[in-house]
Design a binder for this molecule. Structure first.
Ligand code: NDP
Length: 414
């Protein structure tokens, strides 16, 4: 018999904390149809009216911050304070920005025509129809619902397919949008695996996808088949370049945050540290104690826990395989290096030295609490190494001199 439900497990304890029904392709088609019918009325409302509703949604999010942060801690594993800063505050800020600026952003734009001066041409913005939002499990509240909010402001209906690992938070998000005044039929949530995501793409008018490169490639190809637009926000392998004149106190703090916030499960995480040889010893003196002090724990039980578990067992195994590969090729473990045995998905905060470019950890996304450090002799070699990645999403440069940092940053393809 085929699976009908997804059971959601606590990343900290392995206990089942909820369950959601799996939507079949026919269910997805029906949801898109319902959203499409509701969109006709919503799209006909004035922009001002839609923004008014979204401002109410923003206020409900603020009122329900504790519910959201508690569920994110329970289902995703992150500390509640990070849930507040990274997911709730971000989304609130984004809704505030777009409801304040929508008038300007969606104003018709005159198109200057040099040859046909007797004609007036304008670019008008109209809703696409139904936008499909397919999201990952690392920031499941913010990343799924930022595109939802923007699509709604612009007059669209939405169908959201959250990750199989974090479906519960999207059910709460829908409740919040509806509580704020969004018509219930206009926002649909469908649960399931890749097949459900693919069914969303088969039925909607535009796709906003955030996730891995491998899935993003499939999503873009499927959208291409249907000739519908898609936005893909994919993986990263951000390098952090530490120049000889860097402020090392601030650099050590930034690396600890950049590598270990959300247990390293961030597309913008520092995934490679490239340090000038002249500062490696004092930098390690400042950095290592900070990492040694990070004690992974259950973020549900103690608000003082600074780092939670990895979200799922698959991710924990990927992190272990990256570290094992590096160690087998000569990397030195300075801190951590292993899974913490038990029912949860905990992994020790880890710092590796003596890493080389042939190690997977320097080429493939790790998405976990690991900082591999490479010592280098000159800045041009650091730039070359930074650019040796196809995942040029973000990069960081540390220098006391803003002009030096800018010149280096502009050479990085990210
Ligand atoms: P995945 O690509 O594995 O999954 C993303 C979503 O796509 C999930 O909901 C998944 O469902 C769904 N999906 C899987 N197969 C298909 C398919 N064939 N068609 C349509 N949808 C499908 O990513 P993760 O969830 O593992 O997220 C982590 C990744 O996201 C990392 O690479 C990270 O860097 C990236 N990311 C990028 C960000 C950015 O802004 N650039 C921000 C945050 C994360 P299911 O889970 O059920 O398989």
């Amino acid at each position: 018999m085929s699976e009908t439900h997804i059971e959601v497990c606590s990343p900290a304890t392995g206990e089942i904390i909820g369950s959601v029904p799996i939507a079949s392709p026919d269910d997805v088609a029906a949801c898109v149809k319902t959203a499409r019918a509701a969109q006709a009325e919503w799209g006909a409302r004035t922009l001002e009216e839609r923004c008014r509703v979204l401002r109410q949604v923003k206020n409900v999010i603020i009122d329900r911050t504790d519910d959201i942060c508690d569920l994110l801690s329970k289902e995703q594993g992150k500390p509640k304070i990070e849930a507040m800063v990274h997911e709730v505050a971000n989304l609130v800020d984004l809704i505030h920005y777009f409801t304040s600026e929508a008038d300007r952003i969606l104003a018709p734009e005159p198109i200057p025509l040099h040859l046909l001066k007797h004609r007036a041409s304008y670019l008008h913005w109209s809703p696409r129809g139904v936008v499909g939002v397919i999201g990952p499990w690392n920031f499941p509240f913010n990343i799924c619902n930022a595109p939802v909010a923007v699509a709604l402001i612009a007059g669209n209906g939405v169908v959201v397919k959250p990750s199989e690992f974090t479906p519960l938070i999207q059910d709460l998000a829908k409740e919040i949008f509806v509580q704020g005044g969004v018509p219930e039929d206009l926002i649909q949530v469908v649960h399931g695996y890749g097949e459900t995501g693919a069914a969303v793409i088969d039925n909607v008018d535009m796709v906003e996808f955030t996730g891995s490169v491998a899935t993003g490639r499939k999503v873009a190809a499927q959208c291409g088949e249907r000739l519908i637009p898609c936005v893909t926000e994919l993986g990263g392998k951000a390098p952090a370049l530490v120049l000889p004149d860097a402020n090392l106190d601030r650099t050590a703090g930034a690396l600890a945050w950049g590598g270990f916030a959300n247990c390293g499960q961030v597309c913008a995480s520092v995934e490679r540290v490239l340090v000038h040889r002249s500062v490696i010893t004092p930098l390690l003196d400042k950095l290592l104690p900070k990492i040694q002090a990070l004690e992974p724990g259950n973020t549900q039980e103690d608000d003082a826990v600074q780092i939670g578990p990895l979200n799922n067992r698959r991710q924990r195994d990927i992190v272990q395989s990256r570290v094992d590969d590096a160690v087998s090729k000569g990397a030195k473990v300075m801190v951590g290096g292993s899974v913490i045995e038990g029912p949860g998905n905990f992994f020790e905060p880890t710092v590796l030295m003596d890493v080389t470019t042939d190690m997977d950890i320097m080429s493939h996304e790790t998405f976990g609490p690991v900082l591999p450090i490479m010592v280098m002799d000159d800045v041009s070699a650091m730039v070359e190494e930074a650019n040796r990645s196809h995942l040029g999403l973000l990069a960081y440069v540390f220098s006391r001199d803003a002009e030096t940092a800018r010149v280096v940053a502009e050479q990085i393809e990210a």
